[in-house]
Design a protein. Sequence first.
Length: 354
Amino acid sequence: MITLGIETSCDETSAAVVQDGRKILSNVVYSSLLEHKKYGGVVPEIASRSHLETILPCIHAALKNARRRLPAGRQVSLQKIDLIAVTKGPGLMGSLLVGLASAKALAFSLKIPLIGVDHVLAHVHSAFLERRGRAGVPPLRYPVLGLVVSGGHTLLLRVKGPGRAEVLGRTLDDAAGEAFDKVAKILGLGYPGGPEVDRLSRNQDTKRFFFSRPFLSQDSLDFSFSGIKTAVYYQTERLKKAKPVSLRTKSQICAGFQEAVCEVLTKKSLRAAKRTGLKTLVVGGGVSANSRLRRMLAGEAAKTGLRVIFPPMALCQDNAAMIAALGHAMYKEGRKDGLDLSGYPDFDHTVMTC
Ligand code: KG4
Ligand code: ZN
């Protein structure tokens, strides 16, 4: 069964062709990031316009590229698509609408089923995709514990099945990625800030600047990152009063900040694993690319026997392969949507009950 996935929730326009829900035949991603850089964040209007311009070229490219992974002579044309999966939320409404309208038009004209997919749960499901060179490895099985850390979300989830989850913890203020981006801005670094903070922190002293860890109450699985961000702001202002802050000092602030965020994410994930008894943790979203988080989580989890899965880097960023894969799994469970499918801007709480 061939699924065409479409993703347009934020600043990435993506189309992918996935076979039988696991094998990626193509995964084309166009990012409008450069157009947003000078504003220091994603500008919704610019993102929507970019999706409009690039969605059809992305779909064409996805169909064309899919041929390369098939035996010679076999092609993937629109007529070979069996299912259309599209991100329905959460995301920027103007951006989501471009993907939704394209998906509906294709499903209607090709007379094939359509399914709307939650973007956050798709990040977790990306771990279920087949990895290059590891074909034949048995697929993961639900339930799993999901940690989704991105620019818009920080969620700990008990993911019970495809598109079905219970929220165990969420951020009460800034998302983890948002905190990375804001700290980078305070320090006068580029956008997006996460990769910059990660790069500058490498091999730096994490103890010169210590930021207290917001664990909230003893048993809480929720997060709060705005306090650390504010502490970085006041620390930087204090230093600036004496003399211009050197790159070395900025790097040490980054290292102290990153250490605090990673420690909270790691400890709460282990706490959630202990409480739920789940044996596999899947980490998704842009912040899962963070090198310190990867090392810390892998190291700490190994001590408790928890298996941690980080999807490959290409699947950590927003992409349509994860949308196609989750759409396929949900369709196999008998779910599909009509042409009245609509989008939503925030994490869909109904996923907790369906
Ligand atoms: O999932 P994503 O690509 O987009 C959404 O927000 O949905 O996540 C983007 C976020 C940004 O805040 C970016 O700064 C952060 O992921 N990020 C990182 C790293 N790479 C990307 N944060 C920390 N370390 C990184 N290496
Ligand atoms: Zn995302």
